[in-house]
Design a protein. Structure first.
Ligand SMILES: Nc1ncnc2c1ncn2[C@@H]1O[C@H](COP(=O)(O)OP(=O)(O)OP(=O)(O)O)[C@@H](O)[C@H]1O
Ligand SMILES: O=C(O)C1=C[C@@H](O)[C@@H](O)[C@H](O)C1
Ligand SMILES: [Mg+2]
Length: 187
């Protein structure tokens, strides 16, 4: 695990970033349970808000429109406390989203890292893989991954997940942030 020096003095929300299949949704739910915080996933919040699936939004409105909606959802959720938030894999592509994340006080950003091959294989084992627009645009997948990496790496914590279970990943995050939690929410 790599820890960047600028971890916030107080943490009242944890945001998980990383490519599709990094484990943001899986680990985020576990982490929130352990902290007794709320867990939200921007993909799910967006789908509920727009009353359409991500595949439908991509097909009907295009990716630029999806990114705009995603950025609005993230901006809104960054005002919540005691929240673990899993971001969509491509959220860091949007400059306004990156800015909102880096300027959000008391927010700890955690990058879940693995190789592209491992993450593709994790995604392919999930139901609905055939409907995922970015996953299925295979020609652009590696360049998207490489373009996003420097943004993911701006996170406060970087965790290599390839050799870990989701529970071990969650435990590593807890160990790294527990001294910084604003309130003692651990049992
Ligand atoms: N060490 C690990 N950490 C996290 N997930 C793992 C790990 N090993 C295997 N997995 C599996 O990989 C999958 C990760 O998928 P998940 O939906 O959590 O990723 P995601 O980062 O939220 O992706 P997306 O950007 O597509 O929403 C899950 O099925 C999970 O069980
Ligand atoms: O990597 C991406 O661009 C995406 C990841 C998913 O979480 C969803 O936000 C959507 O399918 C796009
Ligand atoms: Mg997810």
């Amino acid at each position: 695990m790599k820890t960047n020096p600028q971890l916030p003095a107080c943490i009242s929300r944890i945001v998980l970033v990383g490519f599709m299949g990094a484990g943001k949704s899986t680990v985020g739910a576990l982490l929130a349970q352990q902290l007794r915080w709320r867990f939200l996933d921007t993909d799910t919040v967006l789908e509920t808000r727009v009353r359409a699936t991500i595949a439908e939004i991509f097909a009907q409105q295009g990716e630029a429109s999806f990114r705009q909606l995603e950025s609005e959802v993230i901006r809104d959720l960054l005002s919540e406390h005691h929240l673990v938030l899993a971001l969509g894999g491509g959220a860091v592509e949007t400059a306004a989203t990156r800015e909102a994340l880096l300027n959000s006080p008391e927010t700890c950003i955690v990058f879940l890292e693995a190789t592209l091959e491992i993450m593709i294989s994790r995604c392919e084992q999930q139901p609905g893989a055939a409907l995922r627009p970015v996953l299925n645009d295979r020609e652009r997948l590696r360049s998207r991954f490489e373009d996003r990496l420097p943004h993911y790496r701006n996170a406060h914590l970087v965790i290599q997940t390839a050799q870990l279970t989701p529970d071990e990943t969650s435990q590593q995050i807890l160990a790294a942030v527990s001294a910084f939690l604003k309130e003692n929410t651990l049992a």
